[in-house]
Design a protein around this ligand. Structure first.
Ligand SMILES: C[S@@+](CC[C@H](N)C(=O)[O-])C[C@H]1O[C@@H](n2cnc3c(N)ncnc32)[C@H](O)[C@@H]1O
Length: 350
């Protein structure tokens, strides 16, 4: 997206899918920050917004850094410490960011950099010491987020959970162009890995990205979100963590998404992903939904145990709301069944 287009994006009232993204971040980052501070036993946490944006849409103060600052304030209220680090390379957007969040900067909650994220990773990590961290990486186009410069410094760090955004459509357009005219080879390889050339369809773009980043942490999941138009991929949200708890948070945040759509037709507002499915997919039964929902986890964690998978799917309220209240042994049985079905599919496709 050109600067002019992107400026329009921030000058216009917030779009439906951007609002969904913000709700999803809120649902992941706020509880994750709280968990980080208590579970890892260190009463401190760092929150990093690698691609911050101006945090203002048509003058309305909204955005990922605002959400992280709120999450930090929650943690601070509980007597622990929290710091947010934000990078924004564009000077105009940086100026807006530092204006709308001037109080947080003054209070020492936010440290903002007018810089590319990868150029500041080292400095940020030095300043954070060994604090557990939650990192949000939200580039405007796939090539802005590089594997070596933006992702690996975080995936290689302990006690660090990553939430990121990937646009399959943008990746496959860029790849198709790159393949045709031989340009952008380095850029595409830097962001998609060595198989970038095959990412010329939406499906393949997701697969290529999954295979490039999935192995970087023990747990990985990538969920595709949709725009208002049915079945149009807007972008994927991915999570990387050493802990299955983070994956449970992510799947719960995604499941909740359908209830928070700012839909044009308010009668279509539904409380969970699975309540929404019958409307859109008609005959789809809940087992198929469960399989669909588990697929991002199963694709990259082929060794996952039924119990861990059950935890990732059902631990949050929405899993229970969608599939009903059962004993943990039943959830585990269902998760094992889903995993077996997935393995059967894989055997057929090989
Ligand atoms: C999708 S927007 C961010 C939106 C924001 N995260 C939100 O949810 O409100 C991406 C932003 O990243 C900035 N940007 C692009 N490349 C960057 C880089 N390498 N490092 C830091 N910021 C970058 C762009 O100027 C743009 O403002």
């Amino acid at each position: 997206m050109s600067k002019i287009n992107l400026d329009t994006h921030f000058n216009d009232p917030i779009k439906e899918w951007t609002a969904r993204k913000h709700l999803l971040i809120t649902r992941y980052v706020v509880p994750a920050a709280m968990m980080m501070k208590s579970i890892r036993g260190k009463r401190e946490v760092a929150l990093i917004d690698g691609f911050a944006g101006p945090n203002s849409y048509d003058g309305e103060v909204k955005g990922s850094t605002v959400i992280m600052v709120e999450a930090a304030k929650n943690v601070i209220e509980k007597g622990a410490s929290a710091t947010v680090y934000a990078c924004e390379e564009d000077s105009d957007r940086y100026k807006v960011l530092t204006t709308v969040l001037a109080d947080a900067i003054r209070d020492g909650i936010l440290i903002a950099y007018n810089s590319k994220h990868h150029a500041k990773v080292g400095e940020i990590q030095k300043s954070m010491g060994s604090k557990p961290a939650i990192v949000f990486l939200d580039p405007q186009c796939p090539s802005e987020l590089t594997l070596a410069g933006d992702l690996k410094p975080w995936t290689e760090r302990k006690s660090t959970d990553i939430l990121g955004v990937f646009m399959g459509g943008g990746a496959c357009r860029a790849c198709a162009q790159g393949v045709l005219n031989g340009q952008d080879k380095e850029k595409m390889e830097a962001s998609l890995g060595e198989n970038w050339r095959t990412a010329t369809t939406l499906e393949a773009a997701y697969e290529v990205y999954e295979s490039a980043i999935g192995p970087l942490k023990r747990h990985f999941g990538l969920y595709r979100l949709r725009k208002q138009e049915p079945k149009t991929d807007a972008y994927g949200i991915f999570g990387l963590s050493d802990s299955p708890n983070a994956m449970a948070l992510l799947s719960d945040a995604v499941a909740k998404d359908w209830g928070v759509l700012m839909q044009i037709d308010a009668s279509k507002t539904t409380p969970s992903l699975f309540d929404f499915l019958p409307e859109e997919l008609g005959e789809q039964d809940s087992f198929t939904s469960l399989l669909e929902f588990s697929r991002p986890i199963l694709k990259t964690q082929r060794q996952i145990k039924g119990r861990e998978l059950a935890h990732a799917i059902f631990a949050g309220e929405n899993g229970k709301k969608a599939f009903g209240q059962y004993q943990w042994s039943d959830y585990t049985k269902a998760a094992n069944h889903v995993r077996d079905e997935f393995e059967k599919e894989m055997a057929v496709s090989n």
